[in-house]
Design a binder for this molecule. Structure first.
Ligand SMILES: Nc1ncnc2c1ncn2[C@@H]1O[C@H](COP(=O)(O)OP(=O)(O)OP(=O)(O)O)[C@@H](O)[C@H]1O
Length: 292
């Protein structure tokens, strides 16, 4: 599938005088598994709620597969942070509800997944553990066979085994169906394993957006003696001790910007990259590394 699953332009949402999300312009290309990361209160849930039309923008626009959020709802699966389900309903009843509400609802997939997870089909979800409830909510979202799956911290309440199972089925599902996924989480290690696109929000604004491979390729860690500089490079994060300097830089190309040979150059991983940007929130006011 080509094109963008989601496009936002100047999107913002305000509560009173405070912006929960501000001037957010981004594209999420179809078929990607995207990580949405940022500190508490950065605006991640707000962005997801705007994408499904649960919130209305105070500024700007958001489209999903070229349509309004309301117009594209049939193609979107959403699991909110608190996995809201009808607490008195059992999985059997929720599956029946899903089938009646969505013509494409995959009853067999839902039943198989819950059986595989050992979840009681006739027990009210209100009596289940938080992790089991999360699994039921995720299963219902999967079974809708959406083109876009929006997940707000879906693995937070899952145990390590369940987390791995969930992430594997997520990758499998996307490979099979071409589903676009946007997944908010604080677990950077998990995200690194499954995501190929990254959106970093910080203080209500987009700080980084782009393909993970392109972003990794565009950044390097330089390590050298404490007293040398890296002239001509964009430094995202700089740490100096008495003996050593460690810089995370963007756009390093040895053919364009020769550096002091005392620097050693190292690759970055996603976790280092995200943490460097989050630690240096003031340095960049708009998105960087935009190469979908
Ligand atoms: N209903 C509301 N009324 C007032 N302010 C709100 C409301 N919902 C969110 N906010 C504020 O908007 C900002 C963004 O909140 P949001 O829930 O989108 O952040 P988040 O990145 O999802 O955070 P977390 O990682 O803690 O879930 C926060 O400062 C929050 O206090």
């Amino acid at each position: 599938m080509t094109g963008n699953a989601v496009e936002t332009a100047g999107l913002g949402r305000r509560y009173g005088k405070n912006w929960a999300l501000r001037d957010c312009t981004l594209q999420l290309p179809a078929g990607r598994i995207a990580a949405l990361v940022g500190p508490n209160g950065a605006g991640k849930s707000t962005l997801l709620h705007l994408m499904v039309g649960l919130l209305q923008p105070s500024a700007g626009t958001v489209t999903v597969f070229g349509d309004s959020p309301a117009g594209s709802l049939a193609h979107v699966g959403f699991v909110a942070q608190d996995t809201p389900l009808y607490r008195d309903f059992s999985p059997t009843e929720l599956i029946e509800l899903g089938r009646r509400l969505n013509r494409s609802f995959d009853v067999a997939l839902a039943k198989e997944r819950l059986a595989h997870l050992g979840i009681a089909m006739d027990r009210a979800v209100g009596k289940m553990s938080g992790g089991q409830r999360a699994q039921v909510a995720l299963t219902l979202a999967f079974a809708k066979r959406p083109r876009l799956l929006l997940l707000d911290e879906p693995v937070a309440s899952l145990d390590p085994l369940a987390r791995r199972e969930f992430l594997q089925s997520l990758m499998g599902g996307v490979a099979d169906e071409g589903t676009t996924v946007l997944l908010s989480s604080h677990l950077l290690g998990d995200l690194e394993r499954v995501c190929d696109y990254l959106i970093v929000l910080n203080h209500s604004q987009v700080q980084v957006v782009g393909g993970v491979d392109e972003l990794i390729a565009d950044h390097r860690v330089l390590i050298g003696p404490a007293d040398i500089e890296a002239h001509g490079l964009t430094v995202v994060q700089e740490r100096r001790t008495n003996r050593q300097a460690t810089l995370l830089v963007r756009g390093y190309d040895p053919n364009v910007t020769p550096i002091d040979p005392q620097w050693t150059v190292h690759d970055v991983n996603l976790e280092d990259l995200v943490l460097a940007y989050l630690a240096n929130e003031g340095a960049f006011s708009g998105p960087v590394g935009v190469r979908p």
